[in-house]
Design a protein around this ligand. Structure first.
Ligand code: NAP
Length: 494
C-alpha cells in the first residue's frame, strides 16, 4: 500500500478547475434552477475534488427543449460534416489524454495507466463512427413484382437520453454519443453522480470540435430519477440508451413503455472464464488476470467465476495466485500501482460482504481477502478456492478484484456451469483445440466470447449482451443501427 496524499497538487487543481458546477443546455453552461450543488470525492483520499450542479425537473425539460430544437440542425448536417466533428473529437481527446486520465483517476480511483487506456478506447469510438457516418447506406431496387421501385432510407431517430454508469466515466458516454452524432441525433446525457467530471469535460471538447449548440446537453444532479423521469414521459424524446445495473434497467424499461421509446440496455454481467486442460497455461493466466483486474474488477465484463478443468487446476491456481498477490495497491496517481481504490464505501462493503459470505460457507483465501489501509476504499487483489455452490458471489456481480476459482471435470459440466446464470454479457474460454473453441463459444449463452483473450472490447465490434444483461449493441457496424429509423418509400416503375 502506498502513502495517500492528503491534499491536491497544483496540476490536479488546474485540471479540476476547468470543470464547471453547471449544466450544458442548448450550447450554454448554466446554473441549475434549484438550490445547491453535489460534492464529488476522490475515493482514494476521501477529499472533495469538485462539485456538480443539482439539476431539476425544469432543467431536464429545458434540456429536452434544446435537444428538440437542435434536432433539425443535426439532421441537416451533411454526413461529411458529422464525420469531421467526430474526427476532431477523437483528435482532441487524444491530445488531452494526460488531463483526462488524471481527471478520471481522481474521480474513479483507477491507476493512471488504465485511465489513459480508457481515453484511447473512448477516442476510438469517435474515430470509428467518423467512418460510419459517411457509410450509412439505404437501398434502391425494383420491387419483387416488377411494377414498382423501392427506396429504403435511414433517418435519425431523434432526441436521445443517455444514462451512464460510474465505472467507465468516458467510454460509456462515448459509445453512445459517437454513433448518435454519426446518425444525426441530438442527445441529453445524465452521467453517474459518483464520476460525472470526465463527461462534463468531454462535453466541452465536443463543443470545441464544432458540435452545434444543443447537439449534446448534460444534466447532472443528486437524484437521477428527478431529471430522467420527466424526459421518459415526454413524447419528444425518441430513444433511451442506458448502461448500468440490471435492476435500474428493468425499472427504466417499464418507465419507457408508455411512450413506446426505442430502448437499448447495457446491463450487468456474471462472466464465466473457462480454462480447459489443453489451454496454454501462460496465456490462460494472463487472460484471466486481465479479464478479472481490468478497471480493478469494476467492469461488467469482469470475470466473475473462474472455472478450471481438473487436469490444469493446480498449475493454473498456483500461477494465477502468484500474479494476483504481486499487484500493488494504492492511489491511482502513484507510480507502479496496479490496483486503485474502489469507487466508494458501499462498493467496498459489498465486496467484503461477498468474500466473507463465501469464506463462511467454506471457501479458502489463497491471497488477499481483506481491505487495505485506513484512508480510502481499498481492497486487496483476492483469489478464493474451494468456493461452494451456495456462495453468493457465484450469482451476484462482485464488481471488485476478487476471483473465485471452481474446478470442473468434463466439457459439458464446464459449459453447463458457465451458463447457469441469469446474465449473458460475456464469457471467456481458453483452449488450444480449435474445434473445441468454436463448439464451446457457440454453446455459451452470452452476447460476446473471448477465445484465448481476456479483453475484447473494441470500437469496431458489436458490444452487448443477452438474457438479463440487456439488448442492443454498441460499436461495430451495428452500433449506428440503434440511432436510425428505416423508412420505406414505394413508387411506380414509370
Ligand atoms: P446504476 O446504479 O444502475 O446506475 C447507472 C446510472 O443510472 C447512473 O447514472 C445512475 O445515476 C442512474 N440511475 C440510478 N437509478 C436511476 C433511476 N431510478 N432512474 C434513472 N436513472 C437512474 O449502475 P452503476 O452502479 O452506476 O454501474 C454499475 C452497473 O453497470 C453494473 O451492474 C455493471 O455491470 C453495469 N455496466 C454494464 C455495462 C455494459 O455495457 N453492459 C457497462 C458498464 C457497467 P446516479 O449515479 O445519479 O445514481
Amino acid at each position: 500500500m502506498t502513502t495517500s496524499t492528503t491534499s491536491l497538487t497544483d496540476r490536479e487543481r488546474a485540471v479540476l478547475g476547468k470543470i464547471p458546477a453547471q449544466l450544458l443546455i442548448g450550447g450554454t453552461w448554466r446554473d441549475a434552477t434549484g438550490e445547491g450543488t453535489v460534492a464529488v470525492e476522490d475515493p482514494a483520499t476521501g477529499l472533495e475534488i469538485g462539485r456538480i450542479a443539482d439539476g431539476t425537473e425544469d432543467d431536464a425539460r429545458a434540456a429536452l427543449d434544446a435537444a428538440t430544437a437542435a434536432q433539425p440542425v443535426m439532421a441537416s448536417l451533411s454526413p461529411r460534416e458529422r464525420s469531421d466533428i467526430l474526427q476532431k473529437t477523437s483528435q482532441l481527446l487524444t491530445e488531452h489524454t494526460e488531463e483526462l486520465a488524471l481527471l478520471m483517476t481522481l474521480e474513479l480511483g483507477k491507476p493512471l495507466a488504465e485511465s489513459r487506456g480508457e481515453v484511447a478506447y473512448g477516442a476510438s469510438f469517435f474515430w470509428w463512427f467518423a467512418g460510419e457516418a459517411v457509410r450509412l447506406a439505404g437501398e434502391y431496387k425494383t420491387s419483387a413484382d416488377g411494377k414498382g421501385r423501392t427506396l429504403v432510407q435511414r433517418q435519425p431517430v431523434g432526441p436521445c437520453l443517455f444514462i451512464t454508469p460510474w465505472n467507465f466515466p468516458l467510454a460509456m458516454g462515448a459509445r453512445k454519443l459517437a454513433p448518435a452524432i454519426a446518425a444525426g441525433c441530438t442527445s441529453i446525457v445524465k452521467p453517474a453522480k459518483l464520476t460525472p467530471l470526465t463527461m462534463l469535460r468531454l462535453a466541452q471538447l465536443l463543443e470545441e470540435a464544432g458540435l452545434p449548440a444543443g447537439g449534446v446537453n448534460v444534466l447532472t444532479g443528486n437524484s437521477a430519477r428527478a431529471v430522467t423521469e420527466p424526459l421518459l414521459n415526454d413524447p419528444r424524446l425518441r430513444k433511451l440508451s442506458f448502461t448500468g445495473s440490471t435492476e435500474v434497467g428493468q425499472k427504466l424499461v417499464e418507465q419507457a413503455a408508455p411512450n413506446l421509446l426505442r430502448v437499448s440496455m447495457e446491463l450487468g454481467g456474471n462472466a464465466p472464464l473457462i480454462v480447459f486442460d489443453d489451454a496454454d497455461l501462460d496465456v490462460a493466466v494472463e487472460g484471466a488476470f486481465m479479464a478479472k483486474m481490468r478497471n480493478g474488477g469494476e467492469a461488467c465484463t469482469a470475470a466473475n467465476r473462474i472455472l478450471v478443468q481438473r487436469g490444469i487446476a493446480d498449475a493454473f491456481t498456483e500461477k494465477f495466485v502468484e500474479r494476483m498477490a504481486a499487484v500493488k495497491v494504492g492511489r491511482g496517481t502513484d507510480e507502479g500501482v496496479g490496483l486503485g481504490a474502489m469507487v466508494d464505501q458501499d462498493q467496498l462493503d459489498k465486496i467484503a460482504e461477498l468474500v466473507d459470505d463465501a469464506v463462511a460457507k467454506g471457501a479458502k483465501v489463497a491471497c488477499g481477502g481483506e481491505t487495505v489501509g485506513d484512508v480510502g476504499h481499498f481492497y486487496a487483489a483476492t483469489v478464493l478456492t474451494d468456493v461452494p455452490d451456495d456462495a453468493r458471489l457465484l450469482e451476484e456481480e462482485i464488481f471488485g478484484p476478487v476471483a473465485p476459482i471452481r474446478v470442473f471435470d468434463t466439457e459439458e459440466q464446464g459449459v453447463a456451469e458457465a451458463n447457469a446464470t441469469e446474465y449473458g454479457l460475456i464469457a471467456y474460454l481458453f483452449t488450444r483445440d480449435l474445434a473445441r473453441g468454436h463448439r464451446v463459444a457457440s454453446a455459451l449463452e452470452t452476447g460476446m466470447v473471448g477465445l484465448n483473450r481476456g479483453v475484447i472490447s473494441s470500437s469496431d465490434a458489436p458490444f452487448g449482451g443477452i438474457k438479463h444483461s440487456g439488448f442492443g449493441r454498441e460499436g461495430g457496424a451495428e452500433g449506428i443501427e440503434e440511432y436510425v429509423d428505416t423508412k420505406y418509400i414505394s413508387m411506380p416503375l414509370d
